[in-house]
Design a protein around this ligand. Structure first.
Ligand code: ADP
Length: 481
């Protein structure tokens, strides 16, 4: 008889409850896809202020207790929410989690006690495991917020197989000597004994049974390009035999022009002309002239340097001379936000900038723009290019990470987007000019059809995760494999 795998999925964010970036999308979709494959997945995540307690009926905790964190004792509680397939356990502590942002203040500043907040979260999970409230066959941790858990389990001789997924190696959860005092003695002793760096992702990578990241190309880039792993290269080289890449999927229930409730007019590959109505509505919403035949480029992204904004800024005026239009949705680095804003002020008929988090507008941009810009310096997986493909909004991307694994360069016959190699604005401009040359021809429809036919649903990726879970559980992952 097939055995159901019990997976505990620990994450700092998960849609629809909380979202700062791609991790939330993955955590919201992968567990649901896994449950279709004989996995029983319980998500564990903090109870932030953004979670609607009334809607999800989170009033009666199923367990509450206290935890020591340094010199202080704090209470915590577990609240359970069960959907059809997936169970979510929220870890509550008002002092740590009931704030306006997930990781940052409204000015984009990281909370100064983020290490304490996620140490506490991990200690609460550990307490749940020690009290046998949580009894998984495998613990799947994600990014640095939960990556100390495999090490904490080993320090306590708790034999639960573990997988760490790295969604972005830039964010590592380095902690100070003072923060280290917040750990239990057994963990601080292990720091000393094993001469570990005070770095959550580093420790997680060393102590998890297996590690993966969110595309095959990003996995290879992390192994081969020292600069990309921001100091983790030594560890990554050491663990490369148990380090793999599994591409993220897209939730096509939510990101699908045939079903999207946020867009002006639903459409499919058989009714591509309706995309124009969405473009018309989008131009109205963002306040650009209703010049439906002018090329419109979209961007939905954290506005940070690694997403390639300086390359775009470099060539924007030249593209405006060619009568291109732009819509940028996102927040981030104040320098980049300021420069984009200035462009919108200088060219109000060509550039629209919306600097907030806006889920409906994200969908409207996917449906209404002609092309989508993702000239990232690196991109672990990237989701928006995958959504763009589904909406027939042609991605223009740099050949890196998940972008390289999902977008195929148009060669005049086949392909679903435009791909350039080197990270510089000349190459980006060449890519855009190649796209513009096709935009006004009949072939554009073929590019759109190819894009919309691409299938990156979660089922394929969930199969690979299940295989990896089984390999870890049966001890099939070895350092020297
Ligand atoms: P990253 O995780 O590096 O931020 P991804 O492309 O993997 O990038 O995921 C970003 C996710 O966040 C996508 O679902 C994207 O649509 C969404 N997103 C980013 N900024 C905004 C915003 N300002 N409004 C709405 N959605 C946003």
């Amino acid at each position: 008889m097939k055995k159901t795998l019990n997976i505990l999925f620990a994450t700092a964010e998960v849609t629809p409850f909380s979202k700062a970036g791609g991790l939330a999308d993955v955590a919201g979709a992968l567990p649901a896809a896994l449950t279709k494959m004989d996995c029983n997945v319980t998500i564990i995540t903090p109870l932030y202020a953004s979670v609607d307690r009334i809607k999800y009926n989170l009033f009666t905790p199923e367990y509450s207790d206290h935890l020591q964190l340094g010199d202080e004792k704090y209470s915590f509680a577990f609240y359970r929410y069960k959907e059809e397939y997936v169970t979510t356990i929220f870890v509550a502590n008002d002092y740590f989690y009931s704030r306006t942002g997930i990781y940052t203040t409204s000015d984009g500043e990281g909370y100064s006690d983020n290490n304490a907040r996620y140490f506490f979260f991990q200690k609460a999970i550990l307490a749940g495991i020690e009290k046998q409230l949580l009894t998984p066959d495998l613990l799947h941790v994600n990014d640095h917020h939960t990556s100390l858990l495999p090490w904490m389990l080993k320090n306590r001789k708790l034999k639960i197989p573990t997988l760490l997924t790295i969604h972005n190696s830039m964010y590592q959860g380095q902690f100070s000597e003072d923060d280290a005092q917040l750990l239990d003695t057994i963990d601080s002793d292990s720091l000393e004994l094993n001469s570990l760096n005070k770095n959550s992702l580093d420790i997680g990578s060393q102590f998890s049974d297996a590690v993966n990241t969110v595309s095959k190309t990003y996995r290879d880039e992390l192994v081969n390009i020292q600069k990309l792993s921001y100091g983790l290269h030594g560890t990554i080289q050491k663990i490369q035999n148990r380090f793999s890449g599994i591409l993220n999927g897209a939730d096509y229930e939510y990101w699908n022009p045939e079903k999207d409730e946020f867009i002006a007019e639903k459409y499919s590959v058989d009714s591509i002309s309706k995309k124009q109505k969405n473009k018309h509505r989008l131009l109205e919403v963002i306040g650009l002239p209703l010049d439906i035949d002018k090329p419109l480029f979209g961007s939905i992204s954290r506005q940070v340097e690694s997403k390639g904004f300086f390359l775009i800024l470099d060539i924007m005026e030249e593209l405006i001379q060619l009568d291109c239009r732009f819509v940028f949705l996102g927040t981030g680095d104040v320098r980049i936000m300021g420069k984009l804003k200035s462009m919108a002020e200088k060219y109000p008929n060509h550039v629209a900038v919306v600097q907030e988090y806006n889920e409906p507008l994200a969908h409207q941009i996917e449906a209404g723009a002609d092309m989508f810009l993702m000239p990232s310096e690196y991109e672990p997986c990237g989701l928006n290019q995958i959504y763009s493909l589904k909406y027939g909004t042609i991605p223009i991307v740099r050949k890196t990470g998940g972008l390289a694994d999902t977008v195929i360069d148009w060669d005049g016959h086949s392909g679903n987007g435009f791909v350039f190699n080197e990270y510089n604005s000349t190459e980006l401009l060449n890519g855009i000019k190649r796209a513009l040359a096709v935009y006004s021809t009949k072939s554009w429809n073929t590019v759109i059809q190819n894009a919309m036919a691409a299938d990156f649903s979660w089922d394929q990726s969930a199969k690979q995760y299940k295989y990896l879970y089984n390999t870890i559980i049966t001890g099939g992952i070895h350092e020297s494999a």
